[in-house]
Design a protein around this ligand. Structure first.
Ligand SMILES: C[S@@+](CC[C@H](N)C(=O)[O-])C[C@H]1O[C@@H](n2cnc3c(N)ncnc32)[C@H](O)[C@@H]1O
Length: 247
């Protein structure tokens, strides 16, 4: 624990170069369950996750050109997606994952998405990739993202939805106490879109990919436009609703 705290403080010092983006130590010094799983989590991308990752990155390429900069990833983890997609900055509560992200060239901030200290209207696009299902308070994160997004800002999600074959597969693992998925809560598409409306976001685009079933991913896939419950991975792009109650 002592190591964790001193490590956390060192990261805080390194990261608080931009005065207006100081991270609150109160939220940052609580241990993240991902700290114990960091190496195993990151190794997945080199093992059975390699092709899945390529399929998901390819799907993101469909939307990247339309997204205003600067970009931030909430729940940046070890920075695999951030590096592949060109996301410059990330925030995460896991010290160990953040160290990996920094090695991948990402500017990192220790903290949680529910309450950041980023200036309001400071980012063009915010990404949450495989992170929504691990949040304690999704609506609070959406409202905070809304606050720190520019007026025409976008929010981009990479989601595993509950009703998808992959959602059902991970739900089964969760029930058996799997080391990662026991912490996860998977949203249904309709429930998640309602949360977005509540936080004053309007959906602009949905992309579906990973139609191959769990354990049977053998080739690259082309993404398809629109929501599809058979897709294992859904990308959703939304923008700040005009005349928002949170502005
Ligand atoms: C499954 S990992 C995804 C990491 C990365 N986005 C990726 O796709 O590789 C989920 C991440 O969410 C982070 N996380 C959990 N709760 C969070 C919170 N309240 N705010 C921000 N990140 C959080 C975890 O530390 C972890 O890095």
């Amino acid at each position: 624990m002592l190591n964790y705290v001193s490590d956390a403080r060192r990261l805080l010092t390194l990261n608080c170069k931009r005065q207006n983006q100081a991270v609150k130590s109160e939220t940052s010094t609580r241990a993240s369950p991902f700290d114990d799983l960091a190496s195993a989590y990151d190794a997945w991308f080199e093992e059975e996750g390699r092709l899945i990752f390529d399929i998901e990155v390819q799907a993101f390429q469909e939307v990247l050109p339309s997204l205003p900069k600067p970009w931030l990833e909430i729940g940046v983890g070890s920075g695999r997606f951030a590096q592949a997609l060109g996301i410059e900055t990330g925030i995460d509560p896991s010290v160990k994952l953040l160290k990996m992200a920094r090695r991948r060239g990402i500017t990192t901030f220790l903290g949680k998405g529910e309450q950041t200290s980023f200036d309001k209207k400071s980012y063009g696009t915010i990404f949450l990739i495989f992170t929504v299902c691990f949040l304690d308070d999704t609506l609070a994160v959406l409202k905070e993202a809304h606050r720190i997004l520019e007026p025409d800002g976008k929010i981009v999600f990479g989601l595993v939805l509950k009703e998808s074959p992959w959602g059902r597969f991970y739900e089964q693992k969760k029930r058996k106490g799997h080391r990662f998925y026991k912490y996860a809560y998977f949203h249904r598409y309709d429930d998640f879109t309602k949360l977005l409306e509540q936080a004053d976001f309007t959906i602009e685009r949905v992309i579906s990919t990973l139609f191959q079933k769990p354990g049977k991913v053998e080739h690259v896939e082309s993404p398809r436009n629109g929501y599809n419950p058979d897709a294992g991975f859904t990308i959703l792009v939304a923008r700040k609703t005009q005349e928002s109650r949170y502005d």
